[in-house]
Design a protein around this ligand. Structure first.
Ligand code: BJ8
Length: 422
């Protein structure tokens, strides 16, 4: 890793603190991931990507920048990757999943802010994230109150563009989102000097759809019993999808799916048939937020799906590739993004249907709803999701937690009791 020291210094990272972070991450990864038995061979690629998360991929970003390409950082699946790629820029997800620089972050945002927001601010202020430091522009969005207010503070530290997101799915809301998609298009063109033509957008849409198709395939295969892949590994794949090269990533996921199909055909799995199958639902789990999946799978269950933005909410819908003119393509893009069932929308009844359908398709014995502490939208919806699942005879456990390790024993006790009950 020290081979990258010069690069990290150029990015103005706090080298001793960053070394400490990588050491903790490596240990954490070893305990949670490498200790698993019977993993798919294809996970070696993911292990490699993760081991190089602050190395090789960041180097690739520097090489892209050296060729004149721009790097765009995002925090939400509402920012259309298709447009970023069509402008020949690199699109990376910045959502951070670890406590870092919390003390500094709490000088910019209140203490009772969710861990995800504090984390991305903390990573910036503590100079620990080479992705944030590589960005030419960071795109925020007016989703939850915590995020939109945090971006005001964050804009003092990075070059920001904030997309105004509607809160409903009405016609006027769609018109607002369409206008914002066009404003993002202009901003990208101004930043990169590249004109987003229909040809460029079509090619980029295909790349992003292909990535989603591969992840959809992976999700479908998880309906098999015994489960062919652990929930931890599937989550990792979804997490890596936010920063790996999209074409290379898609190839790797498809190869992994081939291996999963062969495993299913032999009746084999990561856990024995009949293992309690749980689904996760709720807030996104960004790298390296693996605490709850680790607790769940350490309690004798296997996770068969993630209904979250680092999961099916980001991959369920494709953009219609049939329109050939710019207007039609933008409409198709807007239609696809307006189907995202984020808890920031009101009402958001389609999420309830989606959670129930997914639990049934994946033959989940129960659902664990995960909300980050201080996250109002998902805490509210936990109650509705529980009601919708109960009506179908599917039990749900609502969990609220953050990134600290202090509540691990408490989480274990509750999850174990739930696993015994379902
Ligand atoms: S589309 S889920 S990625 S906004 S956990 S910061 S909601 S207080 S992340 Fe999200 Fe886009 Fe929606 Fe998805 Fe706020 Fe809650 Fe924190 Fe959250």
């Amino acid at each position: 890793m020290s081979a990258y020291k010069e690069m990290w210094e150029k990015l103005n990272l706090d080298i001793p603190a960053h070394d400490g972070l990588l050491a903790v991450l490596g240990k954490f990864y070893g305990d949670i991931y490498l200790s698993q038995q019977g993993r798919l061979k294809g996970m070696e690629y993911l292990d490699f990507v993760l081991s190089e998360v602050h190395g090789l991929r960041v180097k690739e970003l520097q090489d892209a920048k050296a060729q004149g390409r721009k790097v765009i950082g995002t925090f939400c699946v509402f920012v259309p990757e298709e447009l970023t790629l069509a402008a020949d820029a690199v699109h990376v997800g910045l959502c951070a999943g670890a406590d870092a620089g919390t003390e500094q972050a709490e000088k910019l945002v209140p203490r009772n802010t969710c861990a995800l927001i504090k984390s991305f601010i903390g990573f910036k202020l503590a100079r620990l994230c080479p992705y944030t430091e590589s960005c030419d522009m960071v795109v925020g969005e007016t989703t939850c109150d915590g995020k939109k207010k945090a971006y005001e503070a964050f804009a003092e530290h990075v070059n920001m563009h904030v997309m105004e997101l509607p809160q409903t799915k009405s016609e006027s809301a769609r018109a607002l989102f369409r206008a914002e998609v066009l404003r993002y298009t202009s901003e990208l063109e101004r930043l990169t000097g590249v004109t987003i033509t229909p040809e460029r957008l079509a090619a980029a849409t295909k790349v992003v759809n292909d990535k989603r198709r591969a992840l959809q395939r992976l999700s479908r295969l998880r309906a098999a019993d015994p489960a062919p892949i652990s929930g931890r590994d599937a989550l990792l794949i979804n997490q890596v999808s936010f920063y790996d090269d999209p074409v290379r990533f898609t190839q790797s996921v498809n190869a992994l799916c081939d291996e999963m199909e062969a495993r299913i055909a032999k009746g084999e799995g990561i856990a024995p048939a009949g293992t309690v199958r749980l689904m996760l639902s709720g807030c996104p789990m960004a790298v390296p937020n693996w605490k709850l999946p680790y607790v769940m799978e350490g309690s004798g269950a296997v996770i068969v799906g993630e209904e979250s933005c680092i999961g099916t909410r980001n991959t369920r819908d494709l953009v219609d590739e049939s329109p050939a003119d710019m207007d039609g393509m933008i409409d198709a893009l807007v239609d696809r993004y307006m189907r995202i069932d984020c808890a920031c929308f009101t009402p958001n009844t389609e999420r309830l249907d989606n959670v129930v359908d997914m639990a049934k398709e994946l033959k989940a014995d129960g659902v664990v709803h995960y909300a980050l502490m201080f996250c109002q939208p998902y805490a509210h919806e936990a109650m509705k999701v529980e009601g919708a699942l109960r009506a179908e005879g599917i039990p749900m456990l609502a969990m609220e937690t953050d990134y600290s390790m202090e509540d691990v024993e408490q989480l274990k006790t509750r999850v174990q009791a739930f696993v015994e009950m379902v």
